[in-house]
Design a protein around this ligand. Sequence first.
Ligand code: PMP
Length: 366
Amino acid sequence: MSGAGGPAAARVAATIRPDIQALAAYPVGDAQDGIKLDAMENPYSLPADVRDDIAAAARDAALNRYPAARHDALDAAIRGAFGVPADAALLYGNGSDELIHLIVQACCAPGDVVLAPVPSFVIFEMAARFHHAHFVGVPLTAGFELDLPATLAAIHAHRPKVVFLAVPNNPTGGRWPDEAIEAVRAATPGLLVIDEAYQPFSDGTWMPRAAQLPNTVVLRTVSKIGLAGLRFGYLAGPTPWIAEIDKLRPPYNVDVLTEAVMLAVLKHKPVLDEQAARLRASRAELAAALAKLPGLTVFPSSANFLLVRFSGKMGANAVHRALKTRKIWVRGFPGGDPALADCLRISLGTPDEHAALLAALRDILA
Ligand code: PMP
């Protein structure tokens, strides 16, 4: 590797797309040890019997073979575990991130529009940029609600090929009302992607309608329910959409080990459900405790995290730094959407982790 400014730098400057050179890479958190509340992971590990089944499945996986063309057993397990309708087609991704990229690639010629509320999941915008599409972000209201009139007006003005709605939304946590989603769907001339990454922590889902709506697909991930390390997401929708998007999928994008582990874990789906329910049950108590601290506003959340605004003497960045020195890792938004400048996003953890967080915040804010 040549160093910065070495012989490679001039070639890079002349060769790599200027818009890519101008990008910052997706910020993956640098938490190591301590209390990790920065990435919406499930803090609970899997019980021993589930691990034993995973070990057996991994031992027996045919690592010398490419993944099979069909995934009949996995399809049946996913449909059963997550309520995917029999008439919806399925597409798997190396995380739902990959599926977001495939959707944009499949739909957008250079300059076509991808539209989403902002702030929302940053990969929607990054995928648009990577694939030469034009991203239109429609600001949420001051209280981080969907601005339906502005969203509909932007859809009419920009005729997007793809509209992404994260329901519940990351990083704000709220769930858009079904009537608002339906109004967006009815207005969308291209494809509406309802990204239900945080659905396991909320009420309601669009999954039962995944095959019925001619312009809508439903995106899910297993990352938030305890399998973030596995990298597996799925897209459910009408067969004609899924068949086209599938053409962009790198062959073998879901590897043999991931498939084997998914099959083993889904036999224990109630364990995942119970962990998600435990996290969800802890949300209101943590939100109430945080809201009692001076200068903190906690936004309503239907997800496994809370967005918190700091308007007291100490701003979000200072609190973020102080938490870091105590090895408590949360997500800040420096340099991101200005609407989030004074906010931190805190993933739900165990009761002990919540107690430690609250003690640290009381100390920091005192
Ligand atoms: N969608 C949303 C709304 C997310 O917040 C995330 C993860 N932060 C993802 C998709 C991607 O999840 P993964 O790639 O782990 O499946």
